[in-house]
Design a binder for this molecule. Structure first.
Ligand code: SF4
Length: 496
């Protein structure tokens, strides 16, 4: 009998179809060890579920401690007896297996719900109310499907998420999944399930594709070796799986694309490939050529003028997304009068609470004000978004206009969005600061530098008070700021 499809299988499929194939058929000895950050996510998710259930002031049946077969048996029995709330149940059909956090009796049947340590809705801002998360919806759809097949589904009632803000959010699976084709979340679930079942029957073969989720995936080394061996097109920055699949009938490898004559596929502004313009394919070809040419150097595609300032500041923040807290603002400062001397300033929230977060934010803004006039460099819009969020949280510390001024083009520059991505090409596989600064010869002091790792270090620092962890975060963060300075100097050299 085949392994049943679970909510995790579907979640993984949404992240990367190849992950599903490897999880079904890959050699387990080739898996990388699970990163400390991923383990922390699991632990935090479980702890959040427990805390939520402990706070519940209505009775419920708790099945979490039972072994799977016993759990399954008890879940069915409790549902047949009409139990109001079942925590940690297990339901299945021949092909599907679900372990919803909650099964709740509503009307004549049951609905499933999950407890999530994230927000139930994504993309909420001043202009929009946000939308339901597809990867949550697909898991709820699986539970709903099983309940329906078991004849235990409550008609006209919606599955739900209890989220990190303590809200119960109904997930209407008939809601639209994508504006483009008007298909519903339920249709999306059916499509995903169909493909997963085809992968499981080996009726469909998948390929790895270099993407951001690879960093946290346990098949990363295995896939990376294969991508390099195959000279896969997804090694080209920002090309991705969908474009690779569209291009693959014509170009199989980076080298193929690098040396091809595009006139056969380019027609005016368009190409033979859906949603790939002539401009885009030429840009990817330029990147392919850089990757395929040994010793190739990065270059500017447009002229650029860097601000001329007596004082330059390289700014970076660190946040703990699980606690929704910005715990570190760091600045590397360099003066034109003495460019070989630079100094790092950091404002750190020792505890992830409102008071400490507020203090660090206030100190950071005071520091910036005291350094004017200066030019602030940062890498990606994340710093701007974080300060805007902090301003909303602590409006008495700074006004919206002040934050706006801080990032005005006359006094600040986003090296990622406005320079690296927009105006340069690099012989690298992505445009992260780690990759660009490493290319320019910079080395982080830490052996495993990554933003995800710092979240785990901060978590352990809060739990243990181990000063070495605090120092590790500081060193890593200072290096991130220095990396930005290395990048700016490298870009200036290139511009010359
Ligand atoms: S490493 Fe990347 S391509 Fe490979 S299975 Fe994981 S997410 Fe997919």
């Amino acid at each position: 009998m085949n392994t049943p499809v679970t909510a995790s299988t579907l979640y993984n499929y949404v992240q990367c179809p190849h992950r599903v194939q490897l999880d079904f058929f890959g050699d387990p000895s080739q898996k990388d060890r699970i990163s400390a950050f991923v383990q922390l996510l699991w632990e935090r998710g479980n702890a959040f579920e427990r805390e939520t259930m402990e706070k519940l002031d209505v009775p419920f049946a708790d099945l979490r401690s039972f072994e799977p077969p016993e759990k399954e048996y008890r879940t069915l029995r409790l549902m047949q007896q009409g139990e109001k709330i079942i925590d940690g149940g297990r339901i299945r059909t021949d092909t599907l297996l679900g372990e919803p956090d909650l099964l709740v009796r509503k009307g004549s049947g049951y609905v499933a719900g999950d407890i999530k340590s994230g927000a139930a809705i994504e993309g909420v801002d001043d202009e929009t109310d946000g939308k339901l998360k597809k990867h949550y919806a697909i898991q709820l759809a699986l539970y709903t499907d099983i309940l329906s097949q078991l004849g235990l589904l409550s008609p006209d009632q919606l599955p739900f998420i209890w989220d990190v803000h303590g809200q119960e959010v109904d997930y209407d699976l008939e809601a639209s999944a994508a504006k483009r084709d008007g298909r519903s979340l339920w249709n999306y679930y059916e499509d995903c399930l169909k493909t997963v079942l085809r992968i499981q029957k080996r009726d469909e073969q998948t390929l790895p594709a270099l993407c951001s989720v690879c960093k946290l995936c346990h098949w990363r080394s295995h896939c990376r070796a294969r991508l390099n061996r195959d000279d896969d097109l997804t090694l080209i920055p920002e090309l991705g799986r969908a474009k690779r699949d569209a291009l693959s009938p014509f170009f199989k490898t980076v080298r193929d694309l690098a040396r091809s004559d595009l006139s056969g596929v380019v027609k005016g502004q368009k190409t033979s490939f859906p949603r790939i313009s002539a401009k885009t394919i030429r840009r990817f070809q330029a990147r392919a050529r850089l990757l395929a040419t040994s010793g190739a150097r990065p270059y500017f595609t447009e002229a650029i003028v860097f601000p001329d300032a007596d004082r330059e500041i390289f700014f970076d923040v660190e946040t703990d997304p699980m606690r929704d807290c910005c715990y570190l603002h760091g600045f590397l400062e360099r003066d034109k009068s003495n460019p070989n001397r630079e100094k790092y300033y950091a404002f750190f929230a020792d505890e992830p609470n409102e008071e400490q977060e507020r203090k660090a934010f206030e100190q950071a803004l005071d520091y910036l004000k005291s350094r004017r006039p200066c030019v602030v460099y940062y890498y990606s819009h994340y710093e701007k978004t974080t300060l805007r969020k902090l301003q909303k949280r602590f409006p008495d510390i700074a006004s919206e206009a002040e934050i706006q001024r801080l990032f005005s083009p006359t006094s600040a520059m986003d090296l990622y969005t406005d320079v690296v991505r927009k105006k340069t090409e690099w012989p690298t596989h992505d445009y992260s600061i780690k990759t660009s600064a490493t290319y320019l010869g910079f080395k982080w002091r830490d052996k495993e530098p990554s933003g995800a790792a710092t979240i785990e270090w901060y978590h352990r620092w809060v739990e243990t008070g181990d000063i070495r962890l605090r120092q590790r975060i500081m060193d890593y963060h200072e290096d991130d700021c220095i990396a930005m300075r290395v990048l700016l100097d490298g870009l200036r050299d290139l511009a010359r």
